[in-house]
Design a protein around this ligand. Structure first.
Ligand code: ZN
Length: 194
């Protein structure tokens, strides 16, 4: 437990220095302007990547940052987070954040993934978009594009896009250099963010 206790003590010291932020967060309802769907990977920290603190990102994580289609039997967890964030909190910006070296993406093309495990069933969602002959980066991009298309299958998301109440961005975090690639709507490819 030392590893947890030491980290928590440091966190408390930092929080004490910014006590007004924490007090405001307690007394007000949360009003994040950004929702991020990212992978569970320990190297991918949305609040660090976007330099945001408590109350600023409504964060949802799962293996390989997958969004199932609205009619998929495994969609409830993601769908409930989307409903809460977009409909109840009225968040105007949504990012699906993939990353390089994703174990989930690799697992979707590997024969070593335990068949019929929960993980294997979950990765089935992106298997139509990935291929073992592609690079991991290409598979990451293709899986992200599939999740983006799946987002459009939620009627409330399509409605909010039509009414200009929502923007959706596709991004890939490069672990090796902390660079961010984003899907450029003009040339329909992933481009380095500057
Ligand atoms: Zn991952």
């Amino acid at each position: 437990m030392d590893i947890i206790n030491n980290g928590y003590r440091q966190y408390k010291k930092k929080a004490a220095l910014n006590s007004e932020i924490y007090l405001a967060n307690e007394s007000d309802p949360q009003r994040p302007q950004l929702m991020v769907i990212s992978c569970c990977d320990s190297r991918v920290i949305p609040n660090e990547i976007f330099s945001m603190g408590p109350g600023e990102i409504f964060s949802y994580r799962n293996i390989a940052n997958i969004v199932p289609a609205s009619n998929h039997p495994q969609s409830d967890s993601v769908a409930s987070a989307l409903e809460f964030g977009l409909l109840h909190l009225d968040i105007p910006h949504l990012i699906i954040l993939g990353h390089t070296g994703c174990g989930g993406i690799k697992g979707a093309t590997a024969s070593s993934c335990d068949k019929d495990s929960a993980l294997d069933n979950w990765l089935d969602i992106i298997r139509p978009a990935v291929c073992k002959n592609n690079s991991v980066l290409t598979n990451t991009q293709n899986a992200l594009n599939l999740s983006y298309m799946n987002l459009l299958s939620y009627p409330f998301i399509e409605q909010r896009l039509t009414n200009n109440l929502l923007t959706i961005s596709r991004m890939i975090y490069q672990i090796s250099d902390a660079n961010l690639l984003y899907f450029n709507e003009k040339n329909k490819s992933y481009t380095l963010a500057v």
